[in-house]
Write a new protein. Structure first.
Length: 218
């Protein structure tokens, strides 16, 4: 089990029920229905708002105040138009004094990737499991195979060398299998499916503000 916690202490909050971890025997239609879990997506939005509020409260390194200046996003992998609209911006700030940008951590987006963070996790985890549900889920969310393969390479190679994983990997016993990332990592967070996914997205939040480690990710 992991010993680490949420970047913002939000893991004590109740995650909305609804399975997002899709059994291998489910069809593409059922996968699509399962991902239409609006309370879960709204919950992720609230977590991002709290992370943004914490970043704003800290202020800029120069001492200036931070004012909201969000980045527009056109996220892919959204199961409904309402979710796409709710995820249409990445929370960010601009300093009133030096004009420097400060972008808070996120549980909705994985850096510059255009696909939602949970889509990257779920599709990559299914692919690592080497079963037909990977193709089913990615087809339902319109994720090209080449994109899925790029994500898998990132988990196996780049993610393993991030400062976050270098610090945290020793806390997982037995060690997490690199070949089965992120599925093996997701399984370590336990609880119901949606709760485990939320914990993993919170765990990954620190790397969402390190664009250099995610430069290739679309």
């Amino acid at each position: 089990m992991a010993e680490g916690g949420s970047p913002s202490g939000n893991l004590n909050k109740r995650t909305p029920r609804g399975s997002l971890w899709l059994p291998s025997q489910e069809t593409a239609q059922v996968c699509h229905v399962q991902l239409q879990t609006h309370p879960f997506f709204l919950f992720l939005t609230r977590l991002d708002e709290e992370l943004a509020a914490q970043a704003q409260a800290v202020g800029c390194a120069c001492g200036g105040a931070l004012h909201r200046a969000n980045y527009p996003r056109k996220p892919r992998g959204c199961p409904t138009l309402a979710i796409r609209e709710a995820f249409s911006s990445r929370l960010s700030f601009c300093c009133s004094r030096c004009r420097r940008r400060t972008t808070s951590m996120s549980v909705r987006f994985l850096g510059r990737r255009v696909y939602l963070g949970l889509v990257v996790v779920l599709c990559s985890a299914r692919h690592a499991g080497q079963n037909t549900a990977a193709a089913t889920l990615c087809e339902a969310l319109a994720v090209p195979l080449r994109t899925l393969q790029r994500w898998r390479r990132w988990w196996r190679e780049d993610f393993m060398h991030t400062p976050l994983w270098q610090v945290m990997c020793a806390r997982f016993m037995p060690p997490v299998s690199a070949e089965r990332l992120p599925g093996d990592l997701l399984a370590r967070f336990g609880g119901e499916a949606a709760e485990a996914l939320q914990r993993l997205l919170c765990f990954l939040a620190p790397i969402t503000v390190r664009a250099a480690t995610l430069a290739e990710g679309r």
